[in-house]
Design a protein. Structure first.
Length: 192
């Protein structure tokens, strides 16, 4: 496994400027790889697209749909019974009201549960959650380095505007980081 130091940049221009500084500092062009990391959910890991089997924010949606369908379905059946009784056909009114109520209730219940505001977290809890969310979108400049140069390269990347300077072990072939995983959270370089 190769030692790789990488940093995220806002634009390709700033990443290229950092790459030029690294080459001026003795890093070979074949040890630099600049590429764009797509936003979460856009990595096409599955045949229908996406990164995960299901959206984590959809948790609880099925429970909300069932609860909403039951509750508003009963209310719809009652309204349908009243309307049906007024027109002399209570069975059709009850069935129609229950159906419409269950449909509307399932939508309302699912929407209420999906993406609900999560409880407030402390600064430390937010940092821990951010560290386990994967990496943000942006231009990544990866540098294949020897262990003795790792800290120097990390500082150059940071000083050139790099964010989230990370250290990784990976497969480096033909000037590219072959086994890069966009879903893995970066192991941020300490002391840089």
């Amino acid at each position: 496994m190769a030692l790789i130091i990488a940093a995220r940049f806002d634009t390709f221009d700033t990443a290229q400027a950092a790459a030029a500084q690294l080459m001026d500092g003795g890093i070979a062009a074949g040890d630099l790889h600049t590429f764009f990391v797509n936003p979460a959910g856009s990595h096409d890991r599955y045949p229908l697209g996406g990164d995960q089997v299901f959206d984590p924010a959809s948790e609880g949606g099925s429970v909300g749909a069932l609860g909403g369908a039951a509750l508003i379905g009963i209310i719809g059946a009652c309204v349908g019974a009243v309307v049906g009784y007024a027109f002399g056909s209570s069975t059709i009114g009850i069935i129609g009201g229950a159906g419409v109520g269950a449909y509307v209730g399932s939508l309302a219940g699912a929407m209420r549960m999906i993406g609900r505001k999560r409880p407030d977290r402390s600064l430390r809890e937010r940092e821990i959650a951010k560290a386990s969310e994967g990496r943000p979108s942006g231009v990544l400049l990866a540098v294949h380095v020897e262990a003795a140069d790792a800290t120097r390269i990390a500082r150059i990347l940071r000083d050139a505007g790099g964010q989230e300077v990370e250290r990784a072990q990976g497969r480096w072939e033909n000037g590219t980081w072959r086994d890069f995983d966009p879903l893995a959270s970066p192991d941020l370089e300490k002391g840089v």
